[in-house]
Each structure stands twice: as structure tokens, then as C-alpha cells.
Design a protein around this ligand. Structure first.
Ligand code: GTP
Ligand code: MG
Length: 258
């Protein structure tokens, strides 16, 4: 894209031991297509070289030692510096090359939230039969319970305006994998079908080992859908980052001290 979009964008990547895939994931993100692009990992206390690689790549590294995929995002969403937020896994599965087009679409169509469906265009080997079935089952259950009609309730790629969180009701509550389905449910409910849409994108095989526990995470996602529907979901930790979390912008990461 030759045009420079008149917005600032933060790409948030949650990481937990992604030393193999983080470099290529960051390299795949196009540059120079918006006013300011912040790329940030929210790292869950990786024990490998993930944070070092982040620093080598010149991106922002934030350390959030409270466990969980959802926890990482509940911190990242709050501390992101820019107006538009893009999320992806740091495992080379999502198509970073389409990020500028997705942001352009958000602006052109005056949308608030885009959820990127992986199930329609998934490449061979990107999802095991069991994961595919699980994803379908969870999306089906979410549709039945909430009636929001999203094809892929579990995708981890979203493009949205940070301002959606000015409405407290839009702030997801779950610190684990269920945050992914939760944010879409909230988007459809509070932003509406016109402003929160789904677009199909390619999905590729993972680089590096997964942390996901197929049955355990699947079951938690399933239980969460019912809890959220009944309004009995619990919030264990507060919204937002902590000032005490080390951040490369402050220069107080362990890797920056040595
Ligand atoms: N900060 C943080 N990141 C996490 C945590 N758990 C997972 N992640 C990251 O969150 C992203 C999603 O986790 P994945 O293991 O890819 O989960 P998944 O996409 O459902 O599983 P795969 O299909 O195997 O990729 C990855 O970039 C992980 O490194 C955590 O506890 N803390
Ligand atoms: Mg993944």
C-alpha cells in the first residue's frame, strides 16, 4: 500500500516462550503505511530468549508476569500507545501482510471492530482435525447462546479502535484463552453488527511449540460461554497494566539491566 493512513496503530503480540517464531512474526508486519506503528509484545515471563529477541528487533517489550493469554491482553489493551489496536499470536499463524488493508477497511467503512475468521481460508496443516472440530463446536455454541453469528469465535486476530474500552462494558474480564470469544461477544452486543464485523483471512501452520492444552482450554472456553451467558463469570484481576511491570520504554527489563 503506497498511501500512508492518517492513524496511529499498536500491534500487540502476547508471548510465552516464542523464541522460534517471534522474529519472523515481527518481520512479517509491513512498515511505513500509517502515521505511527508501535509493535509490542506482552510477555508472560518467558524462560527462553523471547524478550531478548523483542529488544533485538527494536519493538516494545512489556513484562506481565501474571499468567494467561487474556491477562496479557487486558494489560496490553490498556497500555497500548496508539489509536488502533491489532492483535495476533506470535507464532507465524496469522497473515501480518494484510494488517494495512484491514486497518484501511476499518477507517473507510467507519467500523469499530473487525474479527478475522480463520476457518474459511485455513491452509493445510494449520489446524489439526481436533482443533478444527473444537473451534467449530465452540463457534456453534457461541452462536446458539448469543445469536451473534460469528463463523470463528476463537480467532486471535482483531483490528479495532482503542476507544471501544472507554465503555466499561466493552472490557473483557477473562484472564485465560476465553478472552478471545469474550471480546467478540462484547463487540457484537455493545458495538452492534454494523460496526463489529467478521472478515476471512488466511491461517497458517504454527512455528514453534504450542502452549495450548487442547482439552483443558477447550473445556474452559466452553464453560466460559455458559458462565458469561448466565452472567456468573468472575473477574479475578483488575483491568489494565501495573506501573510496576517492567517495560522497555522505561528501560527496566531484566535484559536491559545486564
Ligand atoms: N503473555 C502471555 N502470552 C501467552 C500465554 N499463553 C499463551 N500466550 C501467547 O498467546 C498466543 C496464543 O497462544 P497459542 O499457544 O498460539 O494458542 P493457540 O493459537 O490457541 O494454539 P495453536 O493453534 O497451537 O497456535 C501465543 O503468541 C502465545 O505465545 C500467557 O500465559 N501469557
Ligand atoms: Mg497460536
Amino acid at each position: 500500500m503506497s498511501e500512508v493512513l492518517p492513524v496511529t496503530v499498536t500491534v500487540i503480540l502476547p508471548t510465552r516462550n516464542e523464541e522460534e517464531a517471534l522474529g519472523p512474526t515481527v518481520d512479517a508486519i509491513p512498515r511505513g503505511w500509517c502515521k505511527d506503528l508501535e509493535i509490542m509484545i506482552v510477555d508472560g515471563n518467558s524462560t527462553d530468549r523471547t524478550r531478548e529477541i523483542g529488544l533485538e528487533k527494536g519493538i516494545r517489550v512489556h513484562l506481565e508476569d501474571r499468567k494467561g493469554y487474556g491477562r496479557a491482553y487486558r494489560t496490553g489493551f490498556d497500555i497500548a500507545s496508539n489509536e488502533i489496536i491489532v492483535t495476533m499470536d506470535a507464532d507465524c499463524t496469522y497473515p501480518a501482510e494484510v494488517v494495512p488493508q484491514l486497518v484501511k477497511r476499518l477507517l473507510d467503512d467507519e467500523l469499530d471492530f473487525i474479527s478475522c475468521d480463520r476457518l474459511s481460508l485455513a491452509e493445510d496443516g494449520s489446524m489439526s482435525g481436533l482443533h478444527g472440530f473444537g473451534n467449530w463446536g465452540l463457534s456453534f455454541t457461541a452462536r446458539m447462546l448469543f445469536g451473534y453469528g460469528l463463523k470463528d469465535s476463537q480467532t486471535g486476530m482483531w483490528v479495532f479502535r482503542k476507544s471501544i474500552f472507554n465503555d466499561d462494558r466493552m472490557r473483557p474480564t477473562n484472564d485465560g484463552m476465553p478472552l478471545s470469544e469474550e471480546i467478540k461477544i462484547l463487540a457484537r452486543r455493545y458495538l452492534g453488527k454494523q460496526k463489529a464485523i467478521e472478515i476471512s483471512v488466511p491461517y497458517r501452520p504454527r512455528v514453534g511449540e504450542a502452549e495450548i492444552h487442547t482439552w483443558g482450554d477447550g473445556w474452559k472456553n466452553f464453560k466460559f460461554l455458559f458462565a458469561r451467558r448466565l452472567g456468573i463469570n468472575r473477574t479475578l484481576t483488575p483491568w489494565g497494566g501495573r506501573d510496576s511491570n517492567p517495560d522497555s520504554l522505561k528501560g527496566d527489563l531484566p535484559e536491559q539491566k545486564s
